[in-house]
Design a protein around this ligand. Structure first.
Ligand code: EPZ
Length: 421
């Protein structure tokens, strides 16, 4: 009988030492589809070797692009890509497969993309994506589980999003890069990966201005030339490692990160009594001092990232006092707390607010990851707990963290993976 894969953690060791972060998942999954807009071969570097990247490599191949991928570096020659349809099997492997809607529309005026997979953290509608495609002259609809968009001639237009949405901002940037005329996105997302995508597009000759602010202006161009581009480091992996250092009362230096992307988390850790210092490309986190309970409210960038809410709320389960965590972005992003309750955590969830009464100790237990950042939260809890924690469905974690066990083991964690009968 085939066993079940599990991660095993023996908690209690403070993490100590130095670690290098990988390239960013959420930038990589936007930049890779953007390579289809290019009229020449291009090279993308500093990619994390994670399942989401490998899924997009397979999608580029199934569309007919010539792709050479080795961990870290992708060489794409999109000139042979004739396809306009992504397979259901590949689309389901990740959330970001829906970026092929904007990329294919921008490349060939047609796109058929099955509704994506990705983390079950809420309903995750795509109405703003379709609104954005229509605003630049495309017919766009979701019909029988397929996102379809087509246009004989994309023309720049104004898009005013009803809420800040990373995904729809990315999709419109992709579709508008080669449209006729100028597209203005109002209420745009400002995450670091939005800026990175703009920089990638501009390195190919696109005319994207204002990325990182509420208003992005995209002046369509006819051609995009080849480029070699390295994506930025992963903001959420950096944050997860910072939280792990704090949670284990350790002392960790995180290299190759961008401290200015981490301001919201650094501020909250400092408020708790964790020592955080940084220089231009490294952050040091020391967590040995007693920690204070805090209030977290997730916000769009530059606020506290929703993707770090889950690891942070795991840490707060052992901080003395009552912490409050409000999740304002997604409607179902506390399922990891049901698991951590099995370790002795005292947590109540009311609507989108978690009330966490810190306990002195968690106890190792068998747990199941329900999504990518929930998996990261269970790792944090396991690193803190007395005894052994088993985490089933670690495949969720592999979608967004490159070699996470190796990184944590190099810092002194007792962590491994096996197959349980
Ligand atoms: C991206 O998801 C990230 N994924 C998520 O990271 C991240 O949590 C999220 O942005 C917020 O930062 C990738 O970049 C691949 P949104 P996305 O569109 O684009 C609503 C991870 O762990 N909305 O900014 O799906 C939506 O329901 C993942 O790496 C609509 O209502 O997020 C949500 O409430 C998890 N209609 C809010 O907007 C739409 O058409 C923000 O969603 C689109 C979004």
């Amino acid at each position: 009988m085939a066993g079940k894969e599990r991660m095993l953690i023996t908690g209690g060791n403070p993490l100590e030492g130095e670690v290098q972060v990988s390239g960013g998942k959420n930038t990589a999954v936007a930049v890779i589809p953007a390579s289809l807009l290019c009229d020449e071969p291009c090279v993308i570097e500093n990619l994390p070797d994670i399942e989401d990247v490998r899924a997009l490599v397979d999608i580029l191949r199934e569309l007919g692009a010539k792709v050479d991928y080795e961990p870290g570096t992708l060489r794409v020659d999109p000139r042979s890509a004739e396809g306009d349809t992504v397979s259901y099997r590949n689309a389901q492997r990740l959330r970001a497969s829906y970026y092929l809607l904007g990329a294919l529309l921008g490349r060939c005026g047609r796109a058929n993309v099955p509704t994506p997979g990705g983390c079950d953290i809420g309903s995750r509608p795509v109405d703003q994506h379709l609104k954005g495609m229509r605003a630049i002259g495309a017919d766009a609809e979701e019909r029988r589980g397929i996102l379809r968009a087509s246009s004989a001639c994309l023309t720049g237009g104004d898009v005013f999003f009803d809420m800040v949405t990373v995904g729809a901002t990315v999709n419109v940037m992709l579709a508008a890069a080669k449209a006729k005329g100028t597209t203005v996105i109002y209420n745009a997302a400002k995450e670091p990966h939005i800026v990175d995508l703009a920089n990638f597009l501009n390195s190919m000759g696109a005319r994207v201005k204002g990325a990182g602010t509420d208003i992005i202006r995209i002046r369509g161009v006819q051609n995009l030339h080849g480029t070699t581009y390295a994506v930025i480091p992963d903001q959420i992996e950096t944050g997860t490692l910072m939280i792990a250092a704090a949670a284990t009362c350790g002392d960790v230096m995180i290299h190759g990160c961008i401290p200015t992307h981490m301001e919201a988390l650094s501020a909250k850790l400092l408020e708790m009594g964790v020592l955080v210092t940084d220089n231009d490309d490294a952050i040091r986190v020391r967590g040995a001092l007693p920690k204070r309970a805090i209030h977290i409210k997730t916000q769009v960038y530059p606020g506290f990232p929703t993707d770090l809410q889950q690891p942070m709320s795991a840490l707060l389960t052992t901080v003395k006092g009552t912490s409050i965590v409000q999740e304002t972005i997604f409607e179902q992003r506390f399922r990891h707390l049901d698991e951590i309750r099995r370790m002795g955590a005292q947590v109540r969830v009311v609507d989108r607010t978690a009330i966490i009464d810190g306990v002195t100790e968690l106890y190792g237990a068998p747990l199941t990851a329900t999504d990518l950042r929930a998996g990261a939260a269970l790792i944090i809890a396991g690193l803190m707990a007395r005894g052994i924690t088993e985490i089933y469905e670690p495949g969720y974690i592999d979608r967004g963290y490159e070699h996470i066990e190796d990184k944590l083991r190099s810092l002194g964690a007792v962590i491994s993976r096996d197959w349980a009968e």
